[in-house]
Design a protein around this ligand. Structure first.
Ligand code: ATP
Ligand code: F6P
Length: 373
C-alpha cells in the first residue's frame, strides 16, 4: 500500500537497538505469529539507553519506529520521541499498547487483556472443581496484573463461580467483623465451599508488615510479594487455630495467562491497531500511542498515556456489579469510598479538562457496599 521496502525487527527489547541483532521482517516471517504466544522478537526489562537507541535509529536511516509494549514501554517510547525531536530528526515514533494488565490509561482496553481474562477462566474453573470436591473446600487463584486488578475483576465477573475477588485498588483486612476470615467462615457454613480470586498486587501493604521488600526488576518496577502463598498460609493458620476443618487448594496460573496465543478478539484488535498506527505514521503523525477510545481508534500523545496508570475504580458500576455478584464485603469504610470518588473526579477532569461529566452511580455502588458490610 505504501511501497515500504524494508522493515526491521528489533530483537530483545530496547537494548536490541544497540546490543542485539535485528531481523528483516517479511510477510513470510510474520505470517503466523498471531498463532504463537510470547513475542517473535523477544523482549527484555531495563536496557533503555536513550542516546544509544536514537544513535542507532539515526545510523540505520530508520524513519519510522513502532514500539509495542506495556506502560513502561510507552514511557520509553516517549523518551525516544523527545530525543528524536531534540535532534530534529525526521523520524516518526509511535507506540502500540500491549499488556495483559490493562493498566494503560485513556484507551478502552489493552491488547492481551481479553486473552488473559479468557485463559484465567481455566484456573478459576479448576479452583471451583477442587473447592466443591472437599469438605469446606476453598479454591484460591492468584492472577497477574501488577498494580492493577482488572484481570482478577473481569475474570471474576466472567466466571460467576467466585465468592471473593481481592484487588490492589480495594484494600482488605483479615481479622474481625467485616474481615475476610469472618466472610470465609460464613460462606463455608452457608455453601460448604468457596472460590477466592486474588490479584498479585493485592494486599501488599498487609504482607509488608511481616515480609521484607524484594526490590525492583531491571525496569524499575517494584517486585511484588507473593500474596497467594501468604494468603494460603494465613487462612490455614486461622482455621487451624479455630479448629475448623478446611481444604484449601492454591492455584497460581501466573504465566499461563500470558504465554498463550492471543484469542480471536485480541487478534482482530491487534490487526486494527497495526493498520491504524501505520496510517498515522504515514500521514506524518509522531509522538503518539494508538488506541481504541470509546470504540474509535485514536492517536493519543505519549504524555497522556504516561501521566498515570489505569486502575480499577472501586466507586464505578463495574466494581459494584462485582460486589453484587460475589456478595463479598466491601472491606471499605465510607472515608475510603469518598476518597476514591474524589480521585475519580480528579482523573475525569484531567482527561477532559472540565468538571467530570460522568456521574458515579452512587446509589448502585453505595447500596452494594452498604448491603455487603
Ligand atoms: N520512564 C522510562 N524511561 C525510559 N525507558 C523506560 C521507562 N520506563 C520503562 N522503560 C523501559 O521500557 C521497557 C519495558 O518496561 P517494563 O519492563 O516496565 O515493561 P512494560 O512495558 O511495562 O510491560 P509489562 O506491563 O507487560 O510489564 C524496559 O526496557 C524499560 O527499561
Ligand atoms: O515477566 P516478569 O518480569 O516476571 O513480569 C511479571 C509482570 O509482567 C506482567 O505479566 C505484565 O506487566 C505483570 O502482570 C506481571 O506482574
Amino acid at each position: 500500500m505504501y511501497g515500504v521496502t524494508k522493515i526491521l525487527g528489533i530483537q530483545g527489547g530496547y537494548r536490541g537497538f544497540y546490543a542485539r541483532n535485528t531481523i528483516t521482517l517479511t510477510p513470510k516471517i510474520v505470517n503466523d505469529i498471531h498463532k504463537r504466544g510470547g513475542t517473535v522478537l523477544g523482549s527484555s526489562r531495563g536496557g533503555h539507553d536513550t542516546v544509544k537507541i536514537v544513535d542507532s535509529i539515526q545510523d540505520r536511516g530508520i524513519n519510522q519506529v513502532y514500539v509495542i509494549g506495556g506502560d513502561g514501554t510507552q514511557r520509553g517510547a516517549g523518551v525516544i520521541f523527545e530525543e528524536v525531536r531534540r535532534r530534529g530528526l525526521k523520524v516518526s515514533v509511535a507506540g502500540i499498547p500491549k499488556t495483559i494488565d490493562n493498566d494503560i490509561p485513556v484507551i478502552d482496553k489493552s491488547f492481551g487483556f481479553d486473552t488473559a481474562v479468557e485463559e484465567a477462566q481455566r484456573a478459576i474453573n479448576a479452583a471451583h472443581v477442587e473447592a466443591v470436591s472437599a469438605e469446606n473446600g476453598i479454591g484460591l487463584v492468584k492472577l497477574m496484573g501488577r498494580h492493577s486488578g482488572f484481570i482478577a475483576h473481569y475474570a471474576t465477573l466472567a466466571s460467576r463461580d467466585v465468592d471473593c475477588c481481592l484487588i490492589p485498588e480495594s484494600p482488605f483486612y483479615l481479622e474481625g467483623e467485616g474481615g475476610l476470615f469472618r466472610y470465609i467462615e460464613r460462606r463455608l457454613k452457608d455453601n460448604g465451599h468457596m472460590v477466592i480470586v486474588v490479584a498479585e498486587g493485592a494486599g501488599q501493604k498487609l504482607i509488608a508488615e511481616t515480609m521484607q521488600s524484594i526490590g525492583k526488576d531491571a525496569s524499575g518496577n517494584q517486585l511484588l510479594l507473593d500474596v497467594g502463598l501468604w494468603l494460603s498460609q494465613k487462612i490455614n493458620e486461622y482455621f487451624k487455630k479455630n479448629k475448623m476443618t478446611i481444604n484449601l487448594k492454591y492455584i497460581d496460573p501466573t504465566y499461563m495467562i500470558r504465554a498463550i496465543p492471543s484469542n480471536a478478539s485480541d487478534n482482530v484488535y491487534c490487526t486494527l491497531l497495526a493498520h491504524s498506527v501505520v496510517h498515522g505514521a504515514m500521514a506524518g503523525y509522531t509522538g503518539f500511542t494508538i488506541g481504541q477510545v470509546n470504540g474509535r481508534h485514536c492517536y493519543i500523545p505519549f504524555y497522556r498515556i504516561t501521566e498515570k496508570q489505569n486502575r480499577v475504580s472501586i466507586t464505578d458500576r463495574m466494581w459494584a456489579r462485582l460486589l453484587s455478584s460475589t456478595n463479598q464485603p466491601s472491606f471499605l469504610c465510607n472515608k475510603v469510598i469518598e476518597e476514591a470518588k474524589k480521585e475519580q473526579e480528579r482523573a475525569a477532569q484531567l482527561l477532559d479538562g472540565s468538571p467530570s461529566h460522568r456521574k458515579v452511580d452512587d446509589e448502585v455502588a453505595a447500596s452494594n457496599l452498604g448491603r455487603t458490610k
